[in-house]
Each structure stands twice: as structure tokens, then as C-alpha cells.
Design a binder for this molecule. Sequence first.
Ligand SMILES: *[C@@H]1O[C@H](CO)[C@@H](O)[C@H](O)[C@H]1NC(C)=O
Ligand SMILES: *[C@@H]1O[C@H](CO)[C@@H](O)[C@H](O)[C@H]1NC(C)=O
Ligand SMILES: *[C@@H]1O[C@H](CO)[C@@H](O)[C@H](O)[C@H]1NC(C)=O
Length: 847
Amino acid sequence: MNHLLNVQLLLLTILLQYGAVTSQVNPGVCRYPLGMSGGQIQDEDISASSQWSESTAARYGRLHFEEGDGAWCPEITVEPDNLKEFLQIDLRSLHFITLVGTQGRHAGGIGNEFAQMYKIKYSRDGSRWISWRNRQGKQVIEANRNAYDIVLKDLEPPIIARFVRFMPVTDHSMNVCMRVELYGCEWLDGLVSYNAPVGEQMKLSDQPVYLNDSVYDGAIIHSMTEGLGQLTDGVCGQDEFTKSHVYDAWSGYDYVGWNNESFPDGFVEIMFEFDRTRNFTSMKVHCNNLYSRHVKAFRQVVCFFRSDSDWEAAPLTFSPVMDEKNPSARFVTVNLANHMANAITCQFYFGDAWMLFSEITFQSDTAMYNTTLAPPKTRSPPNIQQEEDPTHKIDDSNTRILIGCLVAIIFILVAIIVIILWRQVWQKMLEKASRRMLDDELTASLSIQSEPFSYNPNPSGESSEPESNSAYEHIFPLGPDYQEPSRLISSSGTATSKSTATTVIQDGVPHYAEADIVNLQGVTGSNTYAIPAVTMDLLSGKDVAVEEFPRQLLTFKEKLGEGQFGEVHLCEAEGMQEFMNEEFLFDIPVDQPVLVAVKMLRSDANKNARNDFLKEIKIMSRLKDPNIVRLLGVCIYSNPLCMITEYMENGDLNQFLSRHEPEGQLALLSNAATVSFSNLCHMASQIASGMKYLSSLNFVHRDLATRNCLVGKKYTIKIADFGMSRNLYSGDYYRIQGRAVLPIRWMSWESILLGKFTTASDMWAFGVTLWEILNFCKEQPYSQLTDEQVIENTGEFFRDQKRQIYLPQPVLCPDSLYKIMLSCWRRNAKERPAFQEIHRALLELQP
Ligand SMILES: *[C@@H]1O[C@H](CO)[C@@H](O)[C@H](O)[C@H]1NC(C)=O
Ligand SMILES: *[C@@H]1O[C@H](CO)[C@@H](O)[C@H](O)[C@H]1NC(C)=O
Ligand SMILES: *[C@@H]1O[C@H](CO)[C@@H](O)[C@H](O)[C@H]1NC(C)=O
């Protein structure tokens, strides 16, 4: 591949996700943890029927948490026929809940209580409680088998509620404890109930079709009142209404339908009630239109609006165009013309003998659903989301929300003060620590320069390696001894300590010992790129090749990340296309803003951080490769210093793949977006290509993973480095007390044990990245191992007594590809392939 004319550049840091937004809730995507494990749900919003002791109170019922005695436990033993105990969560606003997770009390091995089964009750107003049932009418949910595993259960149908209760159930008298999490998203429709005539039965010649609302959760007598059901479950019916997505369902399951003979006035009246007065923009009604069976969308709709307690006199009338050509089911959009209302009554006029609806959604204010899938801990707290999220509008008339706002602002201010204080302390400590680490690293590489795993692209002379197990044990705890392999080597006696700071150049290739360690991540992470001094000189031969971008043309959109000395923001840049001239091609029209990531140094950062930042700009501006994220411009004439880098519309590869499925039967059934095997290989080969470029410059990335790759149009990939400060992936990093965070699940054994980062250790990480890709990022590497066990496994790689565990072959992965992965994880760094080879091999794999 020829990179000559391609202009790109290595960036660090960035983004979370510029979420796509839609007007309907999508149950497949609306699966965010709502804040039990992330802490966004406050302690006071978690309550219970009783507690065994103060240390097993309701607030300890958070999934993943080990605080207190490790879970919520009720006071009384749960009896089979006594369903009094419950754990209750108040989400502060209506949520669409699609998934629940439960866990028992493990308490580091002391606890062994869990709930084998439970029921769920929920409420939208706090007074009327509804028992959840699945689509087959069953209430009891099977749950945990042991005290530690998390069991996730999809809620089919989903729940729309503000309050949720977990009620443990057992078949014999036993002690139970629970930790729980709810997954979903805010219910932006705001609908709390619809009241409608009951659905009817259609008699087709071959089969009866039941068009009742089978999951309605209100009262059903002559009509349906005070409930929600199939019209709000997020499932749209198919064109052929007798079929259903739901397994085992009867004919007509997805639709609620009425016949014109039962409605002499010619219309069906449905009343919708909302949580508060809203400014309505539209209503979308999903209608069947199988006209050959006398089913058509409505001919006309007349809507009345109620604000406060009075119904407005003048209704809104809308007549959609009748369609006798296309029999497909469709959303008919009714413009509600910014009417303010807390209830709407609509009369839907029959267009034919039958009218069948499967979904009705409402759009109000400017609220839109975010349809991108974000893993845990990225959501702002549900209860203060309204204030933080620009897509929400606060209803002034509602004093409760106002007070909520003020409280939230006070909380945020307190949090900011705490963070500022925390930073000042930590900044000092981290500076000290990183200086010490740098010293140690240099000493380390000096003292073990004859050791074969040190960075030495062209080693000559015999080498010896530390072999004794005692040596390994010595550094294993990653305690104070970590980063001091010099001591290790001299104590193990297999290498003599040569702690002289003389530079050794072999065959003109710089040895790691003389490497000028450039801290490219001082701002957003604690990572450092190692780059030999010689290369550094090459890079700094000319002046910075990027230009000053007018700061005022940047519009803040979202905070993407944060580090020790700065922050990364997602911004819109006006006029970026002209600014870059023809040097860089955007596929966005000139008059539209371009999305960019802006990394900025906090103005109070110290001199070292400033210098590093400028150095980083210098290096970044020289990196140009189609598969490396590119530096577009800088703002260095005034504070705060900024670096403007490319941003890709599909977010990072990890999130991108998590919301896709492999091609095949399953994906077809679930209607999920898919990525073909050849496209997976295409993406992997681009990563290999970008890495090939970096390694040709002797750049060591140190944190290659899917979370650090960006996805653009047509599966294009660019490698970035977001630093290790994104909450989103905090679980991927191992925290060493007071020191660095390390992506241990991606790191080679020699990086973990000896602190060696080389192109060969990048190759190891590439193997893990490949493994993630083939698993569609559905699983963390070594997910069944704890961090400590991962490090232990690293020791097995070092000892090489065939006890090391390799990542398993992914289902989708052909043998040839798995062989490539295994070659990346060879113990001897020199035996691992080069990125050139890997790139070639991956190109060959693509059909
Ligand atoms: C809807 O109809 C089906 C089929 O007759 C029946 O089994 C089910 O109980 C009905 N559901 C409701 C809520 O009436
Ligand atoms: C409703 O929203 C629209 C568009 O945002 C706005 O122009 C209008 O003034 C709002 N109506 C009321 C009564 O607030
Ligand atoms: C119901 O619809 C059919 C077909 O459009 C029509 O022939 C019939 O007269 C309608 N019945 C009533 C009561 O409106």
C-alpha cells in the first residue's frame, strides 16, 4: 500500500460517541445500565421492605459492589409462600427497562446467599403496583445459582416505570441476599397510559386472528384503562399481520385491531395520558396496510388536547394519503403542531373494515432517543440527566424539577471542588511517580540491555534471560518492586548489572537505552510512547506542519475524556474544509461544520506538561497514514493549548462491533445489523497497516485495542489513542496503587513483568485486538479471569511450563486466523511476526 499522498495522523485521546438519535425507543439498543453499579442511582433512592443489619441495607444491593457486607439481605428468611420482602429502586423519572441483572452476596468468599428466583413489580406513579409477567404470562424469573455470577434476564415485554421492586422467591425456606442492576433508557415519550377499546378477533377462513392487547398492564373490562401494553413495547408488527416476531405467539400477536362494525361512529377513540405537560411535535402510529384483507391505515385522525384540566375546544385534524398500492406496514406521522398538553384524545377513522396498530410513539419538546450502544458507566445519572442533556427541555412550570435542578447543580459544584482538590494532590503525586517511573524504566533498560526481550531490533551478541522463579516471584506483586527490574536482574544473578548510562549503538540502530521517552499522553492518560531519540530528531527536523485554527470556530458538543492535565472534547469546527484546503478531503459540504476531537491542556498545567504537549503536537503532525487518526490543526497562540484531531462518525470499533452481529440465521431472525467476515478481515488488515506504519517509525503504541480504533464510512479504520481516562473502559485497565493504569488483558507478558514495551509487544496486543474483533467485542479478553489471575497467567507465560492459558478460538475464526493470533502471543518476542507479514496475511484472507 502506498501511503505517500495520504494525509493522516496519529492522535491520542478522543471521544466517546456521537450518538445517532431517533424518535422511537429501540429496545435492542436501549440497554444502558441505569446506575446501581455505576452509582448514579443515589443511596436514598434504594429502599427495602427490611434489612438483616445496617451492613446489608438496601443501598448495598448494587450489582458488582462489595461494600458493606456485600449485598442487600432482608431481615427475615424468605418462605416459599411469603412474598413480603422486596428491594425497591426509584429511578426518579419514567424509564423503559429492557433487562435486569442479579447477583448474590459473595463478600470475598464469606457470603453464600443468593436468590434462585424472583418476581418484579413496578409502578409509574408510586401508588399503583403492577406484577410483571412475561409474554407467556409467567411471573417468576429464574435467577442465580451461586453467590457471585451475574445473571442477566431480558424483560419481554419491557417495563415502563419509575419504581421497580425485586421480590425474591424460593421453593424452600432460605436466607437470600441480592445485588441488582436495571438496564434501559429514559422513557422520553412520557406516556403513562393509553385507554382504548379492547382489541377484537378477526375470523379468517383458515385461522382466527387475535388482535387483543396481550401485554396491557392496566385494567381490561369493557375497555382498556390506565395501562400501557403492546402499543408501547417497541415491537413493530410485520406486513403480514398473522405472523409475529415473538416465538410461539398466536396469530395477530403484534397488533391491536378493531373492526368498523363495532364502531357505529366510524372511529376508534384512544386517550393518551402523560407524565407532565409537554410541547408535542408529532405522533407516529405504526399501522398495518394489508388492503387485500380489508386492513388499512386510518383515513383521518382528530385529536383533542388537554392542558391543565381543560380540553381545548379546537381539535387538530389530519388525513393521511390513503395507500392502496403498497401493502407494507408503516409509521404514519401526525404533526401535532407544538400543542401543549398532558393528555391527548385521538379519534382514528376507519379507512376500511379493519384498523390494526402495533406501536404509537410521541415526540415532544426536543427529546430524542440515543440509539448508540454505550457500555456501563457512561450514562449521566438518570435523575440529573434532564439538566445535563441538551436534548431535554425543562418545563418551567414544574417547581419540583427546578428544585431538583438546584440540588443537582449544588452536587455538581461540590463534585467539581472535590475534583479540583483531588487533582492538585494527585497531580503532585503522579508527577513524582511518573518521574520515578521514567528513571526506573531507563535504568531498567540500561541494566538489562543484553536481555533478549529488551527493545533491540538488531541484537548482536549472546543474551541471557532471567529464568529463576524466585525472580518472578520477586516482582510479581507489582508492588513497590515493580518497575525496578534492575534489582530483579542483579538479584537473580543471571545478568550482571551494567548500570552505566553509556549509549550503545549497534549497526546504527538506536538501542532502547538511548530512547528519549516522549510522554505523548501526559494530558489524557498516563501512557507514554517510547520513541528513539534518532527518530525524534527526524521528526523535529522541520517546524510544526499544522496551522493555527481560529478557536472561535469551535463549538463544544460533548466531553469525551479527561486526564491528568487536560480534557478531550467533541466539537464542531466551522470552515475546517477551507482551512485544510485540498490537503485533506472531507466528505462533508463546505458550509457544514465538521466533527472534530479537541484535546486541550488545562491552563494551569505545569511547564513540563506544556512542553510535552508541544512535543506531542510536533510528533503527531508528522504522522500521516490513512489508518492513523490525523491532527488537523492547533490553537497554540493563546491558552488553553489545543490540538484538533479527526473524528470518525461511527465511534470506536469496540462500540461499533458490540452493536453488530455476525451474518447468519440468528441475525436475520433478530433483525440485527451485521458485519460480514470479509469486512472484519478488511478492518483488521487496516489496523495492521496503520501499525505497520507506526512500527516503521519505531513508534510503540502501547495501548492497541478495539477501543482505540475509530470506524468511519465503509468500514474504514483509523488507529487513535484515547488515553486511559475514559470511564467507559475503566474495566479494561488495571490500577497499580498510586501509579499507572495498565491494559493488562492486552499486554504481553514482558510488558507486564518487565515493563518492556516494543513493537513486538504491540504485536501481542494486535493479536488480542484481532480476537476481540472476531468475537464482535461481546466479551472482554480473559473475561473469566480476575485481574490478579490475568497477571498470574502472565507468570505462566514467563515460566513457560505449558500452564499458560491462551485466549480461545472464537466461533467465527477459521484455523488459519487463529494460528496468526497464536503467533502474536509467542513467548519469545523475536519470534512474533512483523506487522508487514500480518498485513499481507490478512489481505490474503479476504475473499
Ligand atoms: C388475548 O387473546 C389470546 C388468544 O385468545 C388469549 O390467550 C389471551 O389471554 C388474550 N389476552 C388478553 C389480555 O385478553
Ligand atoms: C414549543 O416548541 C416550539 C419549538 O421548540 C417553540 O417554538 C414553541 O414556542 C413551544 N411552545 C410553547 C408553548 O412553549
Ligand atoms: C365497514 O367497512 C366496509 C368496507 O369498507 C364497508 O363496506 C362497511 O359498510 C363498513 N361498515 C360500517 C358499519 O361502516
